[in-house]
Every structure is written in structure tokens, then in C-alpha cells.
Design a protein around this ligand. Structure first.
Ligand code: C2O
Length: 393
């Protein structure tokens, strides 16, 4: 894909009808050097991503994480590692800003859209991979890892809440010691408080079946009802999706899914992506007059501007690993195995990202499939995972 990217245009905002023609410029700065091929890192030991709800007490970690964002925010706009360009990366590849050249090199192209297909998991994996590398390099900690927002965990009531790490002190119900062994917790660069939905603060737990239009009806759901529905939803979207197509999404098809004329995408999302959508909609906010474009997690354009986005995607990424390790299931149409696609078109698909040296690298999907080869893994959440794995409806 990426090597044939030819054009970039502003993306349209999606809020209200009248505003539908407003746009935002998310195009990335041009590379300073010729892009190089991504090389798998030499792995001496695996970096371990830990759950966000268990890190709220870790003053040293929170402060480091915050400092990394402070420095990322301070980078100039022409630096692709800057926070601005980091969220622009999501904005541009998820809102069809870039056009892929047609073979005849005509002046039109296919809009690139990394959702709604088998590109969803590999592309977001690498987006947060480089994001994490950049954060680590800004604080001279090559072992730095993003925390994952463990919303599928129904064992610990705090796991599915907006993690404390991402909340200002005032909105938090349980910041631990404000002055710990390592001093005061500082996290001012980790929240986008104003633009999130104020009705979804702790102790509210993310309902994985969230549907804004049913919110009133479900207002009286008890915590137990939410928990039960959540387990059923993860069972359905992860355990019950057996083939690559069901879990990862359908093939990327420029000829039928991506029509420049209407600038909309009708692809085929997998269980992974469907499950992940609710967190976006629940954290973001609709119909806020101060932020008419729903400028938080709720829309593609702005989702990456909230640091919780990268932590949310770490959990999506973790569940991909969990899914692959789940026992096989025999379905009526015969024995099928949970594994990634092995189609040539899938494995050879290319993306470009900026790395921690601000260099553009070209990554092939086949290099993204094993997180261990990329040098990281996840803290196992065995007890919490087994709850939904065994939650047959
Ligand atoms: Cu590109 Cu969670 O979305």
C-alpha cells in the first residue's frame, strides 16, 4: 500500500449536517530521508505491557509516562514524533486522507482506510508500537511500555472504568497516595478530560454492549447486569469468532469497498473491531456544543488525540494474542483453527510509519503477526480471561 501512496488531502469532519464540509488537515510531514524497510528488533528480553488499573499506584511509572507525553507535546509540528503528528497519523489513515495511486498513475486514487478489514489489527499494532517506542525514547527508557486498558476484565471492578491514570485528580474517586515514595503523581498530560463524556466517569464501568440510543433504557442496569452482558459480549466477539475472517475482518478490497466518489467505506469488520468500537463511543461524547465535532475517542478524526486511545488499543492488541492462543472450536462446517490469514495479499501488505528516530519505515504485515518478535508481550490476565472464555450464553 504505502509505497504507492500518492496524495494527501484534508479529511472532512463528521459532526453535524451543516458542518459536514468543514475539514481538518491531517497530512503528515514528508520524510527527511528515503524510507527504509522495517527490521525486526533484536530481542534480548521481552518488554511487558501491564494493565492500567494495576498501575494507578505506581507513582514512578505514572510520572514517567506523563513526562514522555509532556515531551512529545513539546516537539515542533514538523517533527513526526510530536503528539500532533501522532494523532494525525490515525486521523489520516483512518479517514481516507491518503490516496493510493492507481496502476495507471492517473491523478485520482483509492482512499486508504485501515479500518473495516484485515488491516485493522496489524496497522493499529504498529501504530501503537511506534508510539510506545517514541515515548520510551523521549524519556531514555527503551523498556517503556504502554499500559493496557483491560476493559474485558470483569473480576476487578476498576479494570473496566476509565483508568485512574487518565483522569484528573478532581474526577478520580481513588487516586492513591498523592505523595508516594517517588513524590507527587503528575498526570496532566494523560487526560483530555473536557472532551470526554462526563457521565461515564468512575465508578461507571464500560458496558461492552454500549449503544448511545439505548442508554436511557439501560440506565437502571445494575453492575451485575453490566458485568454479565460484558462477559457474554467478549465471549461472542472473541471466543466465538473462529476463522481469521470472523475475528480479524474481511480482505482489503479497493475495488468494492473504497469508492472515492462517496468517500465512505463499507468494509467487513471482524469481532475484534466490533468489540473495540464501544469504548470509542462510550469515552467520546455526542452532541456537546462546546465540541461539536465530538472531538474525542468517538470519532476517527480525533480519537488519537486522547492518550487513552493508545492504551485502549493495547488491549485490542492483547486480545489478538489471546484469541490466537484459545483452544480450537469445532463448528458445524468442520474443524477450523484460530490463526492469522496466510494469504499473500495480506502478508505482503505494506504500511509506512515514523519511528523513534523520526525516520519513515515501511512495515509489512508479515512482520507484525508475532508480538514477541517485536519485543513485547502482555502480563497474563488468566483468571479474568477465563471468566469470559467460559461464559457460554
Ligand atoms: Cu483506528 Cu480504535 O480505531
Amino acid at each position: 500500500l504505502a509505497s504507492s501512496v500518492g496524495f494527501c488531502k484534508p479529511v472532512r469532519l463528521e459532526a453535524t449536517q451543516e458542518e459536514k464540509d468543514r475539514s481538518v488537515q491531517c497530512c503528515l510531514p514528508a520524510p527527511r530521508r528515503t524510507p527504509k524497510r522495517f527490521q525486526l528488533p533484536r530481542v534480548h528480553h521481552l518488554r511487558v505491557r501491564r494493565p492500567a488499573h494495576e498501575l494507578a499506584n505506581d507513582v514512578e511509572y505514572v510520572n514517567k509516562y506523563n513526562l514522555a507525553y509532556e515531551r512529545m507535546n513539546a516537539l515542533p509540528a514538523d517533527d513526526p514524533r510530536s503528539f500532533l503528528r501522532q494523532w494525525h497519523t490515525h486521523c489520516s489513515f483512518c479517514k481516507e486522507a491518503y490516496l493510493q495511486r492507481r496502476l495507471n498513475n492517473s491523478a485520482t486514487g483509492y482512499p486508504l482506510q485501515l479500518h473495516y478489514s484485515w488491516t485493522f489489527l496489524p496497522w493499529h499494532r504498529m501504530l501503537i508500537y511506534f508510539h510506545e517506542k517514541i515515548l520510551g525514547s523521549l524519556i531514555d527508557d527503551p523498556d517503556f511500555t504502554l499500559p493496557f486498558w483491560n476493559w474485558d476484565n470483569q473480576l476487578d471492578a476498576t479494570a473496566g472504568q476509565i483508568p485512574q491514570i487518565f483522569l484528573p485528580y478532581q474526577q478520580s474517586t481513588r487516586w492513591p497516595r498523592q505523595h508516594g515514595r517517588h513524590g507527587k503523581i503528575r498526570n496532566t498530560f494523560l487526560y483530555e478530560g473536557k472532551r470526554r463524556n462526563p457521565n461515564h466517569m468512575p465508578p461507571k464501568v464500560l458496558p461492552l454492549t454500549f449503544d448511545a440510543s439505548l442508554e436511557k433504557e439501560r440506565a437502571n442496569w445494575t453492575h451485575d447486569q453490566i458485568r454479565h452482558a460484558n462477559l457474554g459480549q467478549v465471549y461472542e466477539m472473541v471466543y466465538n469468532k473462529v476463522s481469521a475472517r470472523e475475528y480479524m475482518g474481511g480482505p482489503y478490497d479497493t475495488s468494492s469497498n473504497f469508492t472515492e466518489a462517496v468517500n465512505v467505506t463499507v468494509g467487513e469488520s471482524g469481532g475484534s473491531e466490533s468489540l473495540h468500537n464501544t469504548a470509542h463511543e462510550w469515552v467520546g461524547m455526542l452532541n456537546n456544543t462546546a465540541y461539536p465535532d465530538n472531538e474525542d475517542m468517538g470519532v476517527f478524526t480525533y480519537a488519537g488525540r486522547d492518550p487513552i486511545f493508545y492504551s485502549h488499543h493495547a488491549n485490542v492488541d492483547r486480545l489478538w494474542n489471546v484469541w490466537k492462543a484459545l483452544p480450537d472450536k469445532i463448528t458445524p462446517d468442520g474443524h477450523r483453527v484460530r490463526r492469522d490469514y496466510d494469504d499473500y495479499d495480506f502478508l505482503e501488505t505494506e504500511f509506512t510509519f515514523y519511528d523513534e528516530n523520526a525516520d519513515m519505515v515501511i512495515v509489512k504485515v508479515k512482520d507484525t503477526l508475532d508480538s514477541r518478535k517485536l519485543g513485547y508481550t502482555y502480563q497474563p490476565m488468566v483468571d479474568a480471561d477465563s471468566l469470559w472464555i467460559n461464559h457460554k450464553p
